[in-house]
Design a protein around this ligand. Structure first.
Ligand SMILES: Cc1cc2nc3c(=O)[nH]c(=O)nc-3n(C[C@H](O)[C@H](O)[C@H](O)COP(=O)(O)OP(=O)(O)OC[C@H]3O[C@@H](n4cnc5c(N)ncnc54)[C@H](O)[C@@H]3O)c2cc1C
Length: 398
């Protein structure tokens, strides 16, 4: 059809090429194609795969954001978009079962969540240890621990979210190609050229959503990304899943007195999968090629031992464990921007530092703004890579 026959060296076949169709890239392909752009998406693996950062059945979402109040407006928009994607595809995206941020009142999780809630006037309740135990009998806080309870916290279904965005993008005419890794890209004329083992493509705009492959695809960005191996654990609670169903057991992020954060979910997939739990951060450094996909007995024992102090019934028998990668920036804030070295034609969305999934749909919207309009009305100042790298050498006075 016309698209390939129109291709020449000087006329881009596509308006925008999106590299990576995981969490962020699938949402970008959706928002770009919804605005009428001719989109080519290139993905190294198949659709909705398990080898990046967007798998494992559940992701926490919450609005009283302890990391920084600057994220809150983006979360409010993301919540609207979850609903829209659910309506447009009929897939289950969000289960808003409520959530608690637990720890000492002056710890990062509780004090940061409270700051965001108060700054933005978000509905929330502060619970002392006794009230936490009363409302959520599965949780066993220490006497000096408190919680911020948020009714609209909950979980997202990552695989459904990626599948829904791919489905919408395809419906809107995006050309999505799987098992086709990008080996190289470069600016050319007024646009970009992208090479895969199969072909070379040109477009006016390039969007790069590489997940854990950021160090290789975005070396010239100059951001020192750390790729971390993370483990998700599914335990069969002692005594069964009943008390762990979403109507009784919230999502939680729990910071212990040493500052170690763990988080977990209610039992949403029946007795076969029990309830999922994980440590937040503190993963081993790896690369997508070197990551050890085996979960070892000492790791299971460490997770079970940690949880037995906070949720004593949770760590019964291990039912499943799986690995996943974080792509972490030095300050754990995202990178979403026009590429400083190629501001005319390249947009990047990466470095989500283990907390990006809840932003997936709004990142798609921001990336579409940046690629098609050159700017976005969303507050993204925090995500400028130059906060880490400084200004480009070329931009400095000679
Ligand atoms: C265990 C774990 C738990 C998490 N929990 C939460 C949570 O509770 N809440 C939350 O908000 N966030 C959470 N996160 C973080 C969140 O899941 C990530 O920030 C998000 O999924 C990142 O999406 P992405 O698109 O950047 O990466 P990915 O989804 O991995 O997508 C990147 C894609 O690029 C493709 N690609 C790479 N290189 C190339 C190439 N050369 N050519 C073509 N394609 C390429 C990859 O194959 C991949 O599909 C968690 C992450 C992990 C690992």
């Amino acid at each position: 059809m016309s698209r390939t026959t129109r291709a020449t060296r000087t006329t881009p076949t596509y308006d925008v090429i999106v590299i990576g169709l995981g969490g962020m890239g699938s949402a970008a392909a959706h928002h770009l194609s919804a605005r009428g752009a001719r989109v080519l998406g290139l993905e190294r693996f198949g659709p909705v795969h398990q080898r990046g950062s967007s798998h494992g059945g559940s992701r926490v979402t919450r609005q009283s954001y302890f990391e920084d109040p600057a994220y809150v407006p983006l979360l409010l928009r993301a919540y609207e978009l979850y609903e829209q994607v659910e309506r447009d595809t009929g897939r289950e995206i969000a289960i808003l079962c409520g959530g608690v941020m637990v720890g000492r009142p002056d710890g990062r999780v509780v004090s940061g969540a409270r700051l965001s809630a108060e700054t933005w006037g978000l509905p929330h309740e502060m619970l002392d240890a006794r009230e936490i135990r009363r409302r959520f009998p599965t949780l066993a806080p220490r006497a000096d621990e408190v919680a911020l309870y948020e009714r609209r916290a909950g979980l997202l279904r990552p695989e459904n979210t990626v599948a829904a965005h791919l489905q919408l993008a395809t419906r809107q005419g995006a050309d999505l190609r799987f098992e086709e890794p990008v080996v190289r890209w470069e600016p050319c004329g007024a646009g970009v050229r992208v090479h895969t083992p199969d072909d070379t493509y040109t477009a006016g705009q390039l969007v790069i959503c590489p997940g854990a492959w950021a160090p290789e695809l975005l070396a010239d960005l100059g951001v020192p990304f750390t790729i971390e191996r993370q483990i998700m654990y599914w335990f069969q609670p002692t005594g069964g899943v009943g008390p762990f169903l979403p109507e009784h057991h919230p999502i939680y992020v729990w910071e212990d007195p040493e500052g170690v954060q763990a988080y977990g979910f209610p039992a949403i997939d029946g007795p076969e999968l029990g309830a999922k739990v994980a440590f937040f951060r503190k993963g081993e450094v790896c690369t997508p090629d070197t990551i050890d996909r085996t979960v070892h007995p000492h790791e299971v024992a460490a997770m079970a031992g940690h949880m037995s102090r906070q949720i004593p019934l949770l760590p019964g028998r291990l039912l499943k464990a799986a690995t996943c990668m974080y792509t972490t920036t030095p300050d754990e804030h995202f990178v979403i921007a026009r590429h400083p070295a190629h501001p005319e034609s390249v947009t990047v969305a990466c470095g989500f530092s283990g907390h990006g999934f809840k932003f997936v749909p709004v990142v798609g919207e921001i990336v579409a703004d940046l690629a098609l309009d050159g700017a976005t009305a969303h507050p993204v100042e925090l995500f400028d890579p130059r906060r880490i790298t400084g200004p480009l050498p070329a931009a400095a006075p000679a």
